[in-house]
Ligand binder design. Structure first.
Ligand SMILES: Nc1nc2c(ncn2[C@@H]2O[C@H](COP(=O)(O)OP(=O)(O)OP(=O)(O)O)[C@@H](O)[C@H]2O)c(=O)[nH]1
Ligand SMILES: [Mg+2]
Length: 337
């Protein structure tokens, strides 16, 4: 899902200025035929069309560029609930929809009134009413438009997570998660010698046995449930909703600033619902070598991790068209290992 392409949402004033400006231009341009009354009726009808079309097109474009709820994965739905005022977001989309319908109805009503007018004053009065009512509709949704634009700005920074077999690299800040991601996938995400370098989700991809794998390196977490910030919640969400396998990174040298004991506590919170592969960073360090004696969990090198992942990716069985009348289906099957 790509959240970068949501179109900026204009304010009601900007949309009204544009619509009325275009209508004024239209009123000047057109050469029309008929008697004077027919001409001014036609002119006014055209202006009403321009106002309606401009407003409906602009609002509809905004509405359509937001993702439709039914296309969103559980991960993005939860992320939206976490980072937006979700009821206000839904209400705002509904309000824009309401304004589109209301504008269409009002236009229809006034177009039929204009053709029945008897003189210049009648027409003037009607168009004044129409412009007033249209302005009032748009003003009513102004706070919704402003809020939707705020949502767009937040959603623009959502990680682009693809639907494929996914590994989540997890562990305390500064332990070497991003370094491992770069090692496995060949990406060049930022690595630094201080905690919380990664502020968002880094994604890398590699192929094993002809199958593409997504590796997500999430920001370091301090496992403090009650004081989590948004990005730590995102890390948890990736871990729970997206990851098929977790790589837990231990830094036995403790150069990261966290004791092995603390790192072990976070590791234990992962439970056994998902396959967890342990990676030890900074293995060449003296301190790591010394701590290795007490470390009695199975761990893997970066190359071994890739191999192991290859053996854990589900087989995709293509159901042939002869056996299945409907469209081809891909049935995932977890390989027994
Ligand atoms: N010597 C050595 N240094 C490493 C190794 N892995 C990581 N480092 C160093 O440890 C520091 C932190 O590495 P990162 O990969 O940025 O750690 P991170 O877990 O992604 O950190 P956050 O994004 O802040 O959570 C950097 O200075 C790395 O160069 C390793 O295997 N050996
Ligand atoms: Mg990092």
């Amino acid at each position: 899902m790509n959240f970068q392409n949501i179109a900026p949402v204009e304010t009601s004033t900007a949309i009204l200025d544009l619509a009325f400006g275009k209508a004024r231009q239209k009123g000047k341009m057109k050469k029309l035929k008929g008697n004077w009354l027919q001409i001014i009726r036609q002119k006014e009808g055209l202006k009403l069309d321009v106002v309606k079309n401009t407003i409906v097109t602009r609002l509809d474009k905004s509405l359509k560029s937001f993702p439709s709820t039914k296309d969103l994965s559980e991960f993005y739905t939860k992320l939206m609930k976490l980072t937006l005022d979700y009821p206000n977001y839904k209400k705002s989309l509904g309000a824009v929809n309401w304004a589109i319908e209301k504008t269409r109805l009002l236009h229809k009503k006034y177009v039929s009134k204009v053709v029945k007018t008897k003189g210049r004053d009648d027409i003037k009065e009607l168009s004044k009413q129409f412009y007033g009512r249209i302005s009032s509709i748009l003003k009513q949704i102004d706070s919704n438009l402003v809020y939707l634009d705020q949502c767009r700005k937040i959603m623009k920074d959502y990680p682009d997570i693809k639907e494929m077999f996914t590994i989540c690299v997890y562990g305390f800040p500064n332990v070497g998660k991003t370094t491992l991601l770069n090692k496995i996938t060949g990406t060049k995400a930022e690595v630094a010698a201080y905690a919380f370098t990664t502020k968002s989700v880094n994604a890398g991809y590699f192929k094993i046995n002809d199958k593409k794998v997504q590796v997500l390196d999430v920001p370091g977490t301090l496992a403090r449930k009650e004081k989590m910030n948004d990005i730590e919640f995102v890390a948890e969400l990736v871990l729970k909703e997206v990851a098929d396998i977790v790589i837990y990174v231990f830094d036995l040298s403790e150069y990261c600033g966290f004791s092995v004991k603390k790192q072990m506590q976070l590791y234990k919170t992962l439970g056994n619902k998902k396959e967890i592969l342990i990676y030890l960073s900074k293995l060449e360090n003296k301190e790591t070598q010394e701590a290795l004696g007490d470390f009695d969990l199975k761990y893997y090198s970066a190359d071994e991790i890739k191999e192991k992942i290859g053996s854990l990716i589900p087989e995709i069985i293509e159901v042939s068209e002869e056996t299945e009348d409907s469209e081809k289906k891909a049935v995932p099957k977890v390989s027994s290992d």
